[in-house]
Design a protein around this ligand. Structure first.
Ligand SMILES: Nc1ncnc2c1ncn2[C@@H]1O[C@H](COP(=O)(O)OP(=O)(O)OP(=O)(O)O)[C@@H](O)[C@H]1O
Length: 515
Protein backbone atom coordinates (compact mmCIF):
# COMPACT_ATOMS: atom_id res chain seq x y z
CA UNK A 1 0.00 0.00 0.00
CA UNK A 2 1.46 3.37 -0.87
CA UNK A 3 2.34 5.75 1.92
CA UNK A 4 -0.09 8.58 2.65
CA UNK A 5 0.45 11.30 0.13
CA UNK A 6 0.96 14.80 1.43
CA UNK A 7 -0.40 17.25 -1.07
CA UNK A 8 1.69 19.95 -2.61
CA UNK A 9 -0.76 22.43 -1.13
CA UNK A 10 0.16 21.57 2.44
CA UNK A 11 3.46 19.78 1.88
CA UNK A 12 2.87 18.03 5.22
CA UNK A 13 4.71 14.75 5.60
CA UNK A 14 2.47 11.87 6.56
CA UNK A 15 4.58 10.87 9.50
CA UNK A 16 5.26 14.26 11.04
CA UNK A 17 6.54 13.63 14.55
CA UNK A 18 4.76 16.53 16.22
CA UNK A 19 1.08 17.44 15.72
CA UNK A 20 0.59 20.43 13.53
CA UNK A 21 -1.80 22.98 14.97
CA UNK A 22 -5.51 22.93 14.29
CA UNK A 23 -7.20 25.73 12.42
CA UNK A 24 -8.30 27.48 15.60
CA UNK A 25 -4.93 27.21 17.29
CA UNK A 26 -3.93 30.74 16.52
CA UNK A 27 -0.69 29.60 14.88
CA UNK A 28 -2.35 28.62 11.59
CA UNK A 29 -5.45 30.31 10.30
CA UNK A 30 -5.86 28.16 7.18
CA UNK A 31 -8.15 25.22 7.84
CA UNK A 32 -6.66 21.88 6.86
CA UNK A 33 -8.70 19.14 5.21
CA UNK A 34 -7.88 15.45 4.97
CA UNK A 35 -9.00 13.68 1.77
CA UNK A 36 -9.06 9.88 1.82
CA UNK A 37 -9.61 8.11 -1.49
CA UNK A 38 -7.82 5.38 -3.41
CA UNK A 39 -8.83 6.81 -6.79
CA UNK A 40 -6.08 9.21 -7.76
CA UNK A 41 -8.33 11.15 -10.17
CA UNK A 42 -11.03 11.85 -7.63
CA UNK A 43 -8.42 12.68 -5.00
CA UNK A 44 -6.93 15.24 -7.32
CA UNK A 45 -10.31 16.75 -8.20
CA UNK A 46 -11.21 17.11 -4.52
CA UNK A 47 -7.81 18.51 -3.68
CA UNK A 48 -7.89 21.10 -6.46
CA UNK A 49 -11.38 22.23 -5.44
CA UNK A 50 -10.40 22.56 -1.80
CA UNK A 51 -7.16 24.35 -2.56
CA UNK A 52 -9.24 26.65 -4.77
CA UNK A 53 -11.28 27.45 -1.66
CA UNK A 54 -8.09 28.55 0.07
CA UNK A 55 -7.72 25.46 2.24
CA UNK A 56 -4.72 23.32 3.10
CA UNK A 57 -5.15 19.73 1.96
CA UNK A 58 -3.53 16.39 2.86
CA UNK A 59 -4.40 13.24 0.97
CA UNK A 60 -4.29 9.56 1.93
CA UNK A 61 -5.11 6.64 -0.36
CA UNK A 62 -6.27 4.28 2.40
CA UNK A 63 -7.44 3.88 5.99
CA UNK A 64 -3.99 3.26 7.46
CA UNK A 65 -2.61 6.36 5.79
CA UNK A 66 -5.56 8.43 7.01
CA UNK A 67 -5.09 7.29 10.60
CA UNK A 68 -1.39 8.15 10.44
CA UNK A 69 -2.18 11.65 9.19
CA UNK A 70 -4.86 12.11 11.87
CA UNK A 71 -2.22 11.29 14.49
CA UNK A 72 0.06 13.96 13.09
CA UNK A 73 -2.30 16.88 12.37
CA UNK A 74 -5.49 18.54 13.51
CA UNK A 75 -8.03 18.74 10.70
CA UNK A 76 -11.02 20.99 10.19
CA UNK A 77 -12.67 18.31 8.03
CA UNK A 78 -12.05 14.78 6.81
CA UNK A 79 -13.54 13.71 3.47
CA UNK A 80 -13.43 9.99 2.85
CA UNK A 81 -14.55 7.59 0.18
CA UNK A 82 -16.79 4.80 1.44
CA UNK A 83 -14.73 2.03 -0.19
CA UNK A 84 -11.09 1.96 0.77
CA UNK A 85 -8.54 -0.71 -0.09
CA UNK A 86 -7.95 -1.67 3.56
CA UNK A 87 -11.39 -0.99 5.05
CA UNK A 88 -14.26 1.39 4.61
CA UNK A 89 -15.30 4.95 5.35
CA UNK A 90 -17.49 3.83 8.25
CA UNK A 91 -14.40 2.49 10.04
CA UNK A 92 -12.78 5.88 9.67
CA UNK A 93 -15.93 7.60 10.99
CA UNK A 94 -15.91 5.24 14.00
CA UNK A 95 -12.17 5.72 14.59
CA UNK A 96 -12.59 9.50 14.57
CA UNK A 97 -15.49 9.27 17.07
CA UNK A 98 -13.11 7.52 19.48
CA UNK A 99 -10.45 10.21 19.24
CA UNK A 100 -10.06 13.08 21.61
CA UNK A 101 -10.08 15.60 18.76
CA UNK A 102 -12.96 14.84 16.40
CA UNK A 103 -12.97 16.68 13.10
CA UNK A 104 -16.27 16.47 11.22
CA UNK A 105 -16.07 13.66 8.68
CA UNK A 106 -18.04 13.44 5.44
CA UNK A 107 -18.37 10.23 3.47
CA UNK A 108 -18.50 9.92 -0.32
CA UNK A 109 -20.95 7.19 -1.28
CA UNK A 110 -21.71 5.41 -4.53
CA UNK A 111 -24.58 6.87 -6.54
CA UNK A 112 -27.96 5.83 -5.12
CA UNK A 113 -26.49 4.14 -2.08
CA UNK A 114 -28.94 5.49 0.49
CA UNK A 115 -28.14 2.72 2.99
CA UNK A 116 -24.48 3.68 3.12
CA UNK A 117 -25.29 7.36 3.51
CA UNK A 118 -27.67 6.65 6.39
CA UNK A 119 -25.23 4.22 8.03
CA UNK A 120 -22.51 6.89 7.88
CA UNK A 121 -24.76 9.55 9.43
CA UNK A 122 -25.87 7.16 12.16
CA UNK A 123 -22.21 6.34 12.88
CA UNK A 124 -21.52 10.04 13.46
CA UNK A 125 -20.56 11.36 10.01
CA UNK A 126 -21.18 15.06 9.58
CA UNK A 127 -22.67 14.63 6.09
CA UNK A 128 -22.29 12.63 2.90
CA UNK A 129 -21.77 13.31 -0.80
CA UNK A 130 -23.04 11.03 -3.55
CA UNK A 131 -20.90 10.17 -6.57
CA UNK A 132 -20.46 11.72 -9.05
CA UNK A 133 -19.45 14.51 -6.69
CA UNK A 134 -21.13 17.80 -7.61
CA UNK A 135 -18.59 20.49 -6.91
CA UNK A 136 -21.12 23.05 -5.69
CA UNK A 137 -22.43 20.50 -3.16
CA UNK A 138 -18.87 19.79 -2.10
CA UNK A 139 -18.17 23.47 -1.56
CA UNK A 140 -21.40 23.93 0.44
CA UNK A 141 -20.53 20.95 2.62
CA UNK A 142 -17.01 22.18 3.22
CA UNK A 143 -18.21 25.67 4.14
CA UNK A 144 -20.63 24.22 6.70
CA UNK A 145 -18.00 21.95 8.20
CA UNK A 146 -15.33 24.64 8.43
CA UNK A 147 -17.80 26.89 10.25
CA UNK A 148 -18.09 24.32 13.05
CA UNK A 149 -16.33 25.11 16.28
CA UNK A 150 -13.33 22.82 16.38
CA UNK A 151 -12.72 20.74 19.32
CA UNK A 152 -12.79 17.80 21.51
CA UNK A 153 -15.09 14.93 22.12
CA UNK A 154 -18.77 15.68 21.82
CA UNK A 155 -20.49 15.87 25.13
CA UNK A 156 -21.52 18.68 27.36
CA UNK A 157 -22.29 21.89 25.52
CA UNK A 158 -19.47 24.41 25.57
CA UNK A 159 -19.81 27.60 27.56
CA UNK A 160 -20.05 29.61 24.34
CA UNK A 161 -23.04 30.55 22.26
CA UNK A 162 -24.29 27.01 21.87
CA UNK A 163 -24.21 26.49 25.59
CA UNK A 164 -26.20 29.64 26.21
CA UNK A 165 -28.75 28.63 23.61
CA UNK A 166 -29.05 25.19 25.11
CA UNK A 167 -29.95 26.72 28.47
CA UNK A 168 -33.12 28.09 26.97
CA UNK A 169 -34.41 24.53 26.94
CA UNK A 170 -34.92 24.63 30.67
CA UNK A 171 -34.79 21.78 33.12
CA UNK A 172 -32.15 19.97 35.13
CA UNK A 173 -33.92 16.60 35.24
CA UNK A 174 -31.71 13.79 33.89
CA UNK A 175 -33.98 13.57 30.83
CA UNK A 176 -33.52 17.22 29.90
CA UNK A 177 -29.79 17.24 30.60
CA UNK A 178 -29.45 14.32 28.17
CA UNK A 179 -31.65 16.08 25.59
CA UNK A 180 -29.39 19.15 25.72
CA UNK A 181 -26.24 17.03 25.36
CA UNK A 182 -27.80 15.27 22.37
CA UNK A 183 -28.74 18.61 20.79
CA UNK A 184 -25.16 19.72 21.14
CA UNK A 185 -23.89 16.55 19.44
CA UNK A 186 -26.52 16.74 16.70
CA UNK A 187 -25.79 20.37 15.95
CA UNK A 188 -22.37 19.28 14.68
CA UNK A 189 -23.81 17.08 11.95
CA UNK A 190 -26.02 17.36 8.90
CA UNK A 191 -27.84 14.12 9.73
CA UNK A 192 -31.63 14.36 9.52
CA UNK A 193 -33.11 14.36 13.01
CA UNK A 194 -36.60 13.18 13.89
CA UNK A 195 -37.86 14.75 17.09
CA UNK A 196 -40.58 12.86 18.90
CA UNK A 197 -42.58 13.73 21.97
CA UNK A 198 -46.06 14.63 23.06
CA UNK A 199 -47.63 17.92 22.10
CA UNK A 200 -46.06 20.88 23.90
CA UNK A 201 -42.89 19.08 25.06
CA UNK A 202 -40.61 21.52 23.21
CA UNK A 203 -40.03 19.82 19.85
CA UNK A 204 -39.91 23.05 17.87
CA UNK A 205 -37.71 24.67 20.49
CA UNK A 206 -35.31 21.70 20.28
CA UNK A 207 -35.25 21.95 16.48
CA UNK A 208 -34.36 25.64 16.70
CA UNK A 209 -31.57 24.90 19.15
CA UNK A 210 -30.09 22.23 16.88
CA UNK A 211 -30.03 24.88 14.17
CA UNK A 212 -28.78 27.75 16.33
CA UNK A 213 -26.01 25.72 17.95
CA UNK A 214 -24.56 24.54 14.65
CA UNK A 215 -22.67 25.93 11.66
CA UNK A 216 -25.93 26.94 9.92
CA UNK A 217 -26.94 29.36 12.67
CA UNK A 218 -26.45 32.44 10.50
CA UNK A 219 -28.70 30.99 7.78
CA UNK A 220 -32.52 30.70 7.93
CA UNK A 221 -34.51 28.31 10.10
CA UNK A 222 -37.78 27.66 8.30
CA UNK A 223 -40.53 25.92 10.27
CA UNK A 224 -43.33 24.34 8.26
CA UNK A 225 -46.46 22.89 9.77
CA UNK A 226 -47.16 20.04 7.37
CA UNK A 227 -50.71 19.68 8.65
CA UNK A 228 -51.62 23.27 7.90
CA UNK A 229 -51.01 23.39 4.14
CA UNK A 230 -53.85 22.54 1.77
CA UNK A 231 -52.86 19.50 -0.30
CA UNK A 232 -53.33 21.28 -3.61
CA UNK A 233 -50.80 23.98 -2.69
CA UNK A 234 -48.22 21.72 -1.14
CA UNK A 235 -45.86 21.22 -4.05
CA UNK A 236 -45.78 24.96 -4.80
CA UNK A 237 -45.28 25.81 -1.13
CA UNK A 238 -42.40 23.36 -0.69
CA UNK A 239 -40.57 23.77 -4.00
CA UNK A 240 -41.76 27.15 -5.28
CA UNK A 241 -43.25 27.91 -8.70
CA UNK A 242 -42.53 29.69 -11.96
CA UNK A 243 -44.55 32.57 -13.26
CA UNK A 244 -47.52 31.25 -15.26
CA UNK A 245 -47.34 27.73 -13.75
CA UNK A 246 -50.99 28.03 -12.71
CA UNK A 247 -53.72 30.64 -12.47
CA UNK A 248 -52.60 33.32 -10.07
CA UNK A 249 -48.89 32.55 -10.40
CA UNK A 250 -48.08 36.06 -11.60
CA UNK A 251 -44.41 35.91 -10.64
CA UNK A 252 -41.69 33.38 -9.80
CA UNK A 253 -41.74 32.35 -6.16
CA UNK A 254 -39.40 30.37 -3.96
CA UNK A 255 -40.68 27.56 -1.80
CA UNK A 256 -39.68 26.43 1.68
CA UNK A 257 -36.60 24.60 0.38
CA UNK A 258 -35.19 27.69 -1.30
CA UNK A 259 -36.14 29.88 1.68
CA UNK A 260 -34.18 27.59 3.99
CA UNK A 261 -31.14 27.56 1.71
CA UNK A 262 -27.96 26.98 3.69
CA UNK A 263 -30.05 26.58 6.83
CA UNK A 264 -32.57 24.20 8.34
CA UNK A 265 -36.02 23.15 7.18
CA UNK A 266 -38.13 22.05 10.14
CA UNK A 267 -41.00 19.78 9.09
CA UNK A 268 -43.43 19.87 11.97
CA UNK A 269 -46.26 17.31 12.17
CA UNK A 270 -44.61 15.44 9.33
CA UNK A 271 -47.04 12.51 9.78
CA UNK A 272 -49.74 14.77 8.31
CA UNK A 273 -48.08 14.87 4.87
CA UNK A 274 -50.24 13.27 2.19
CA UNK A 275 -48.68 10.22 0.51
CA UNK A 276 -48.25 11.95 -2.86
CA UNK A 277 -46.21 14.70 -1.23
CA UNK A 278 -44.16 12.16 0.70
CA UNK A 279 -42.80 10.77 -2.57
CA UNK A 280 -41.75 14.22 -3.77
CA UNK A 281 -40.20 15.11 -0.46
CA UNK A 282 -38.19 11.90 -0.35
CA UNK A 283 -36.79 12.64 -3.77
CA UNK A 284 -35.85 16.19 -2.82
CA UNK A 285 -34.09 15.03 0.33
CA UNK A 286 -32.25 12.21 -1.39
CA UNK A 287 -31.17 14.10 -4.46
CA UNK A 288 -30.69 17.44 -2.69
CA UNK A 289 -32.41 18.96 -5.72
CA UNK A 290 -35.89 20.39 -6.28
CA UNK A 291 -37.89 21.52 -9.28
CA UNK A 292 -40.23 24.48 -9.04
CA UNK A 293 -43.78 23.89 -10.27
CA UNK A 294 -43.76 24.87 -13.95
CA UNK A 295 -39.94 24.76 -14.24
CA UNK A 296 -38.06 22.47 -16.60
CA UNK A 297 -34.80 22.29 -14.70
CA UNK A 298 -34.00 21.25 -11.17
CA UNK A 299 -32.02 23.37 -8.77
CA UNK A 300 -29.55 22.33 -6.11
CA UNK A 301 -30.66 22.88 -2.52
CA UNK A 302 -28.53 22.79 0.58
CA UNK A 303 -30.91 22.28 3.46
CA UNK A 304 -30.71 20.35 6.70
CA UNK A 305 -33.93 18.51 7.48
CA UNK A 306 -35.26 18.24 11.02
CA UNK A 307 -38.72 16.77 11.46
CA UNK A 308 -41.12 16.29 14.34
CA UNK A 309 -44.38 14.63 15.12
CA UNK A 310 -46.38 13.80 18.20
CA UNK A 311 -47.66 10.69 16.42
CA UNK A 312 -45.99 7.28 16.40
CA UNK A 313 -44.47 7.39 12.91
CA UNK A 314 -43.60 3.68 12.92
CA UNK A 315 -47.29 2.97 13.49
CA UNK A 316 -48.23 5.30 10.65
CA UNK A 317 -45.86 3.25 8.44
CA UNK A 318 -47.47 0.00 9.60
CA UNK A 319 -50.91 1.46 8.86
CA UNK A 320 -49.80 2.42 5.33
CA UNK A 321 -50.19 6.15 6.02
CA UNK A 322 -46.50 6.98 5.89
CA UNK A 323 -43.92 5.72 3.39
CA UNK A 324 -41.32 3.46 4.90
CA UNK A 325 -38.52 4.86 2.73
CA UNK A 326 -39.23 8.42 3.83
CA UNK A 327 -39.50 7.30 7.46
CA UNK A 328 -36.10 5.64 7.13
CA UNK A 329 -34.67 8.79 5.54
CA UNK A 330 -36.02 11.24 8.13
CA UNK A 331 -35.47 9.07 11.16
CA UNK A 332 -31.70 8.77 10.85
CA UNK A 333 -31.30 10.06 14.38
CA UNK A 334 -34.14 10.24 16.87
CA UNK A 335 -34.38 12.83 19.61
CA UNK A 336 -37.03 12.03 22.22
CA UNK A 337 -38.47 14.77 24.39
CA UNK A 338 -39.84 13.46 27.66
CA UNK A 339 -43.33 14.51 28.80
CA UNK A 340 -43.46 17.00 31.64
CA UNK A 341 -45.10 14.49 34.02
CA UNK A 342 -41.91 12.38 33.78
CA UNK A 343 -39.76 15.29 34.90
CA UNK A 344 -41.84 17.02 37.52
CA UNK A 345 -38.67 18.32 39.16
CA UNK A 346 -38.38 20.75 36.22
CA UNK A 347 -41.75 22.38 36.95
CA UNK A 348 -40.56 24.98 39.51
CA UNK A 349 -37.84 26.36 37.21
CA UNK A 350 -40.14 26.31 34.20
CA UNK A 351 -42.95 28.01 36.13
CA UNK A 352 -40.57 30.72 37.39
CA UNK A 353 -39.25 31.35 33.89
CA UNK A 354 -42.77 31.53 32.46
CA UNK A 355 -43.93 33.94 35.18
CA UNK A 356 -40.87 36.12 34.70
CA UNK A 357 -41.54 36.29 30.97
CA UNK A 358 -45.22 37.10 31.48
CA UNK A 359 -44.42 39.77 34.05
CA UNK A 360 -41.80 41.34 31.79
CA UNK A 361 -44.25 41.54 28.91
CA UNK A 362 -46.99 42.94 31.17
CA UNK A 363 -44.61 45.42 32.82
CA UNK A 364 -45.13 43.88 36.28
CA UNK A 365 -42.23 43.99 38.71
CA UNK A 366 -41.35 41.97 40.70
CA UNK A 367 -42.66 38.90 38.91
CA UNK A 368 -45.52 37.16 40.73
CA UNK A 369 -44.66 33.97 42.61
CA UNK A 370 -46.50 30.72 43.14
CA UNK A 371 -47.96 29.94 46.55
CA UNK A 372 -46.36 26.73 47.79
CA UNK A 373 -49.67 24.87 47.58
CA UNK A 374 -50.04 26.04 43.96
CA UNK A 375 -46.61 24.66 43.11
CA UNK A 376 -47.44 21.37 44.81
CA UNK A 377 -50.63 21.19 42.83
CA UNK A 378 -48.80 21.85 39.57
CA UNK A 379 -46.23 19.19 40.43
CA UNK A 380 -48.96 16.63 40.93
CA UNK A 381 -50.89 17.53 37.79
CA UNK A 382 -50.48 15.30 34.72
CA UNK A 383 -50.03 18.10 32.14
CA UNK A 384 -51.34 16.36 29.03
CA UNK A 385 -50.43 19.54 27.12
CA UNK A 386 -46.93 19.61 28.68
CA UNK A 387 -44.93 22.86 28.84
CA UNK A 388 -47.33 24.71 26.56
CA UNK A 389 -50.16 23.87 28.94
CA UNK A 390 -48.09 25.09 31.88
CA UNK A 391 -47.54 28.37 30.03
CA UNK A 392 -51.23 28.77 29.27
CA UNK A 393 -52.31 27.80 32.77
CA UNK A 394 -49.98 30.40 34.27
CA UNK A 395 -50.93 33.11 31.80
CA UNK A 396 -54.53 32.64 32.73
CA UNK A 397 -53.76 32.38 36.44
CA UNK A 398 -51.82 35.63 36.33
CA UNK A 399 -54.88 37.38 34.91
CA UNK A 400 -56.97 36.13 37.83
CA UNK A 401 -54.37 36.68 40.53
CA UNK A 402 -53.66 39.74 42.63
CA UNK A 403 -50.46 40.14 40.60
CA UNK A 404 -48.18 39.12 43.48
CA UNK A 405 -48.99 35.57 44.48
CA UNK A 406 -50.66 32.92 42.34
CA UNK A 407 -53.07 30.91 44.47
CA UNK A 408 -54.62 27.59 43.52
CA UNK A 409 -57.96 29.28 42.84
CA UNK A 410 -56.29 31.43 40.18
CA UNK A 411 -55.53 28.30 38.17
CA UNK A 412 -59.27 27.85 37.57
CA UNK A 413 -59.68 24.42 39.10
CA UNK A 414 -62.91 22.53 39.28
CA UNK A 415 -64.40 22.15 42.76
CA UNK A 416 -63.01 18.68 43.54
CA UNK A 417 -59.51 19.94 42.96
CA UNK A 418 -60.11 23.14 44.83
CA UNK A 419 -61.12 20.94 47.79
CA UNK A 420 -57.75 19.30 47.56
CA UNK A 421 -56.17 22.72 47.77
CA UNK A 422 -58.32 23.55 50.80
CA UNK A 423 -57.18 20.37 52.49
CA UNK A 424 -53.60 21.16 51.73
CA UNK A 425 -53.99 24.59 53.17
CA UNK A 426 -55.50 23.13 56.32
CA UNK A 427 -52.60 20.74 56.39
CA UNK A 428 -50.14 23.61 56.11
CA UNK A 429 -51.88 25.28 59.05
CA UNK A 430 -51.21 22.21 61.16
CA UNK A 431 -54.63 20.62 60.86
CA UNK A 432 -55.01 16.90 60.28
CA UNK A 433 -53.96 15.89 56.76
CA UNK A 434 -56.97 14.80 54.77
CA UNK A 435 -55.21 14.02 51.45
CA UNK A 436 -51.67 13.92 50.21
CA UNK A 437 -51.04 15.28 46.71
CA UNK A 438 -50.05 11.77 45.68
CA UNK A 439 -53.25 10.21 47.08
CA UNK A 440 -55.45 12.80 45.52
CA UNK A 441 -53.57 13.35 42.28
CA UNK A 442 -55.71 15.46 40.01
CA UNK A 443 -56.49 13.74 36.79
CA UNK A 444 -55.29 14.94 33.43
CA UNK A 445 -58.68 16.62 33.15
CA UNK A 446 -58.21 18.69 36.26
CA UNK A 447 -58.73 22.20 34.91
CA UNK A 448 -62.34 23.19 34.68
CA UNK A 449 -61.91 23.97 31.03
CA UNK A 450 -61.73 20.41 29.74
CA UNK A 451 -64.48 19.49 27.30
CA UNK A 452 -66.12 16.87 29.52
CA UNK A 453 -66.35 19.30 32.44
CA UNK A 454 -68.45 21.94 30.71
CA UNK A 455 -71.44 23.35 32.48
CA UNK A 456 -73.58 26.28 31.44
CA UNK A 457 -72.40 29.59 32.82
CA UNK A 458 -75.10 31.51 34.68
CA UNK A 459 -75.15 35.28 34.49
CA UNK A 460 -76.60 37.32 37.33
CA UNK A 461 -79.07 40.09 36.61
CA UNK A 462 -76.12 42.48 36.45
CA UNK A 463 -74.53 40.31 33.79
CA UNK A 464 -71.88 38.90 36.14
CA UNK A 465 -70.95 35.29 35.37
CA UNK A 466 -71.01 32.77 38.23
CA UNK A 467 -67.62 31.47 37.03
CA UNK A 468 -65.32 33.86 35.24
CA UNK A 469 -63.00 31.08 33.90
CA UNK A 470 -65.93 29.13 32.45
CA UNK A 471 -67.38 32.31 31.02
CA UNK A 472 -64.11 33.21 29.31
CA UNK A 473 -63.83 29.68 27.93
CA UNK A 474 -67.30 30.03 26.53
CA UNK A 475 -66.37 33.31 24.80
CA UNK A 476 -63.17 31.76 23.48
CA UNK A 477 -65.02 28.72 22.18
CA UNK A 478 -67.60 30.89 20.43
CA UNK A 479 -64.96 33.13 18.83
CA UNK A 480 -63.00 30.12 17.53
CA UNK A 481 -66.10 28.45 16.15
CA UNK A 482 -67.12 31.67 14.40
CA UNK A 483 -63.66 32.03 12.84
CA UNK A 484 -63.66 28.39 11.71
CA UNK A 485 -67.09 28.80 10.26
CA UNK A 486 -66.03 31.89 8.35
CA UNK A 487 -62.92 30.21 6.94
CA UNK A 488 -64.71 26.97 6.12
CA UNK A 489 -62.60 25.17 8.70
CA UNK A 490 -59.26 26.30 7.33
CA UNK A 491 -57.36 26.51 10.60
CA UNK A 492 -54.47 28.54 9.22
CA UNK A 493 -56.87 31.21 7.99
CA UNK A 494 -58.92 31.04 11.21
CA UNK A 495 -55.78 31.56 13.29
CA UNK A 496 -54.88 34.56 11.16
CA UNK A 497 -58.36 36.03 11.65
CA UNK A 498 -58.04 35.57 15.40
CA UNK A 499 -54.59 37.13 15.49
CA UNK A 500 -52.90 34.02 16.91
CA UNK A 501 -50.52 31.41 15.51
CA UNK A 502 -51.70 28.14 14.04
CA UNK A 503 -50.08 26.31 16.94
CA UNK A 504 -51.85 28.51 19.50
CA UNK A 505 -55.17 27.87 17.79
CA UNK A 506 -54.55 24.12 17.73
CA UNK A 507 -53.68 24.16 21.41
CA UNK A 508 -56.75 26.22 22.34
CA UNK A 509 -59.00 23.91 20.33
CA UNK A 510 -57.52 20.89 22.09
CA UNK A 511 -58.00 22.53 25.47
CA UNK A 512 -61.61 23.38 24.74
CA UNK A 513 -62.34 19.95 23.30
CA UNK A 514 -63.05 21.33 19.83
CA UNK A 515 -60.96 18.78 17.90
N1 LIG B 1 -37.67 22.76 28.32
C1 LIG B 1 -38.28 23.90 28.02
N2 LIG B 1 -37.80 25.07 28.52
C2 LIG B 1 -38.42 26.23 28.25
N3 LIG B 1 -39.52 26.34 27.48
C3 LIG B 1 -40.02 25.23 26.94
C4 LIG B 1 -39.43 23.96 27.18
N4 LIG B 1 -40.15 23.03 26.51
C5 LIG B 1 -41.13 23.69 25.88
N5 LIG B 1 -41.07 25.01 26.13
C6 LIG B 1 -42.02 26.04 25.66
O1 LIG B 1 -43.28 25.40 25.54
C7 LIG B 1 -43.97 25.86 24.40
C8 LIG B 1 -44.26 24.68 23.50
O2 LIG B 1 -43.04 24.24 22.93
P1 LIG B 1 -42.95 23.74 21.41
O3 LIG B 1 -43.84 24.55 20.53
O4 LIG B 1 -41.52 23.65 21.05
O5 LIG B 1 -43.60 22.29 21.61
P2 LIG B 1 -43.93 21.17 20.53
O6 LIG B 1 -43.54 19.88 21.14
O7 LIG B 1 -43.30 21.53 19.22
O8 LIG B 1 -45.51 21.29 20.45
P3 LIG B 1 -46.53 20.70 19.31
O9 LIG B 1 -46.30 19.22 19.21
O10 LIG B 1 -47.87 20.99 19.89
O11 LIG B 1 -46.25 21.44 18.07
C9 LIG B 1 -43.09 26.91 23.73
O12 LIG B 1 -43.49 28.18 24.18
C10 LIG B 1 -41.71 26.56 24.25
O13 LIG B 1 -40.88 27.69 24.29
Amino acid sequence: MPAPAASPASAAPASAPARTPGPQSGRSRVPRVLVVDDEADLRELLELTLVGMGLDVDCAPDLAGALALLDAHDYALCLTDMRLPDGDGLQLVAAIQRREVQPPVAVITAYGSTENAIAALKAGAFDYLAKPVALDSLRALVRSAIALPQGGAAGAPPAGAAGQDARRLLGESPGMVEVRAQIHRLSRSMAPVAITGESGTGKELAARLIHESGPRAARPFVAVNCGAIPETLMEAEFFGYRKGAFTGADQDRDGFFQAASGGTLFLDEVADLPLAMQVKLLRAIQEKRVRKVGATVEEQVDVRIVSATHQDLARCVAAGRFRQDLYYRLNVIELKLPPLRERREDIPALADAVLEGLARRAGISPAPRLASVTLRYLQSYAFPGNVRELENLLERALAFSNGEVINVEDLGLRPAVADLAENERADEAGAARAHSPEQAQPSAQAPATQAGERRPVRLSEDGIPDSLPDYLDQLEREAILRALDKTRHNRTAAARLLGITFRALRYRMQRLGLN
